[in-house]
Design a protein around this ligand. Structure first.
Ligand code: NAP
Length: 581
């Protein structure tokens, strides 16, 4: 591997960007296949989203025993989690442990951003330029940049005149901030806003939350992890992890198969009440199977959640502002909470409806919303991210014929299987447009994407193929299928959501995530790999030009290959799974 030298071109097989869940495992997997790998990370250390999102209260909404790697049995058995849901620092500690345990840091260059990447159509290689001035020539370019890594701070007039401190939850400073006695604003009520609000309300003198869209929440019900439960889980790990790998949401329980429709209302109420008591995403996926697909069933569950809010918030005006109406529950990624609505019963916590009182400007002492000037010491933007395409669009990526990725994605995310973009050969975008990552539990989804990419590039090398490219035909058919499937769910009915870019006022065309589920997505990818990636355009070394040798699949094929497997088929797939071999 070449050393870092300003302006000097070094050569490698694969460049990876990002040191989060995907990037770390990507580097590990490529090394196992014998590739030379160079990896770049903007942050000074590993962790990805968990490096940057250090705001008070940051915690994962997936249970800790499901929010971890499964590729290495000993790692899974050795790591001991302390809580049912891991706090941000614990996930960060885990990822640092993984980097050390597998000696991955040696491949990464930290505090280094990739600034540009240009494809050389003759050499069939990428030329990557880093912020250090280093230039790397690589055959494959794999982005593991995460979907939520570019914070979106609204362009508020006068922000530079504010004499207090303003922060974004997604770029929290390393030094903890003491809120005791401070006047604090939180703008945004997504998962980050809910978590930071719950925490800051404990010490701030005054906390005002500025809300654009009222949110539903489900109770998290965090607790210390019972050692017996953890032991029991680990003794059944193989079975649970197999279930995870073939589950709908990357979680080791299969979704309910009972529809709400047609049930006795009393049975429905009891079922919802029981799931509410357990907390977590089971409330959404484990109660009734049609909550995410049938608007009438969804309305019943949404009404249940609204009644829960009404039972907590005592002040009638606050309750009016906080109550979510007019959109289905789960259409936006629902936050899990620990006493979120309860904090509004404190006299020092206020809510401002931004639709009635839009923010006009920030002043030296605070901000003006509607006709009211509010005084603050700290303003916290929990306003989310330029999701999915944002991180790659920050780089100057030039593909075939001088085509810029930012032009290709100007109207929204577009890609094939979340991994390929027409016009950008040998670029693999883990968890990219058309993938399943944004609506599933991250670690198993990241593992699937990494394994698909690693096995793909190893296959290409072993078959003398030096170029792979998603075709427009394949991507169009895939996007058409993904879009049609999304409209069988609640996702497109969100008033605004980072899933489709409408949080930033731009609506993606088409919907960028495969909604039928992780298991089906895995089966599609497995079938495509088994065919030898022939739904991509492949170029064999030494051939003149590119052959039109690909075979794009149509929606009928996608529907067929995801039919429920027989138990014999499932058993044989699980046998073949790379897990712990
Ligand atoms: P988010 O879900 O996109 O929420 C952003 C919030 O800011 C929304 O309430 C949004 O309002 C508001 N907002 C955006 N632009 C605004 C503007 N110009 N003016 C006023 N308000 C504005 O972002 P997030 O809360 O950071 O979460 C993003 C995702 O990260 C989550 O959905 C989740 O997948 C992940 N996450 C997970 C956890 C966890 O596991 N516990 C924690 C944090 C984040 P609208 O609703 O009207 O768009």
């Amino acid at each position: 591997m070449g050393s870092v030298a300003n302006g000097i071109i070094t050569e490698t097989d694969v460049v990876v960007i990002g040191a989060g869940f995907s990037g770390l495992y990507m580097v590990h997997s490529l090394r196992k296949f014998g590739f030379n790998v160079r990896a770049f990370e903007k942050a000074p250390d590993v962790g990805g989203t968990w490096y940057w999102n250090r705001y008070p209260g940051a915690r994962c909404d997936s249970e800790s025993l499901t929010y971890c790697y499964t590729f290495d049995e000993q790692l899974f058995q050795d790591w001991v989690w302390s809580e049912r849901y891991p706090a941000g620092p614990e996930v960060l500690k885990y990822l640092r442990h993984v980097a050390d345990r597998f000696d991955l840091r040696q491949h990464f260059q930290f505090e280094t951003a990739v600034q540009s990447a240009t494809y050389d159509e003759v050499a069939r290689r990428w030329t990557i330029t880093a912020s250090t001035g280093e230039v790397v020539s690589t055959q494959f370019f794999i982005s593991a940049v995460g979907n939520l890594s570019v914070p979106a701070t609204p362009a508020v007039k006068g922000i530079e005149s504010f004499q207090g401190q303003w922060l974004h939850t997604g770029r929290w400073p390393l030094q903890p901030i003491d809120f005791t006695g401070k006047r604090v604003a939180v703008i945004g009520t997504g998962s980050s806003g809910v978590q930071v609000t719950q925490e800051i309300a404990k010490t701030a003198a005054h906390l005002t939350v500025f809300q654009r869209t009222p949110t539903f929440t489900i109770p998290l019900r965090n607790m210390p992890l019972d050692p017996d439960y953890q032991r029991l889980w680990k003794s059944n790990a193989r079975e649970l992890i197999k279930k995870t790998r073939y589950s709908d949401g990357g979680l080791p329980f299969f979704a309910s198969s009972t529809p709400l429709k047609g049930q006795d209302p009393e049975v429905v109420e009891q079922g919802l009440e029981a799931a509410w008591g357990v907390g977590g995403f089971k409330f959404l996926f484990g109660t009734f199977c049609d909550v995410g697909s049938d608007h009438e069933s969804n309305a019943i569950v949404a009404d249940f959640a609204r009644r829960k809010i009404a039972s907590i918030v005592k002040d009638a005006e606050k309750l009016r502002v906080l109550t979510p109406t007019g959109y289905p529950l789960g259409a936006k990624r629902i936050p899990l909470d620990t006493g979120y609505f309860q904090v509004y019963n404190q006299d020092n916590v206020h809510i401002v409806d931004l639709k009635e009182n839009p923010i006009k400007e920030m002043t030296s002492g605070g901000l003006i919303a509607g006709e009211t000037e509010h005084a603050f010491d700290l303003v916290i933007f929990a306003t989310g991210f330029d999701a999915i395409t944002g991180p790659l669009m920050q780089m100057d990526i030039t593909g075939r014929g001088g085509q810029k990725l930012k032009d290709t994605w100007a109207d929204g995310p577009y890609g094939y299987l979340g991994v390929g973009v027409p016009g950008f050969p040998n670029l693999l975008t883990l968890g990219g447009p058309g993938g399943v990552g944004v609506i599933s539990n991250v670690p198993p989804t990241a593992e699937q994407a990494v394994e698909f990419a690693a096995e793909c590039v190893a296959y290409l090398r072993d078959h003398n193929i030096d170029e792979i490219e998603a075709t427009t035909e394949a991507a169009d058919l895939w996007c058409e299928h993904v879009h049609a499937e999304a409209f069988k769910t609640m996702y497109p009915y969100a008033p605004s959501s980072w899933h489709d870019g409408s949080n930033l006022g731009k609506k993606a065309r088409p919907f960028p995530a495969y909604t039928p589920g992780f298991s089906k997505f895995r089966r599609i990818c497995d079938n495509i790999a088994a065919e030898g990636y022939t739904s991509f355009k492949l170029h064999h070394k030494g051939e003149a030009g590119s052959k039109a040798n690909y075979k794009a699949h149509d929606p009928e094929w996608y529907t067929k290959v995801v039919q429920a497997p027989s138990s014999a088929e499932l058993a044989s797939w699980l046998e073949k799974s790379p897990m712990w071999t």
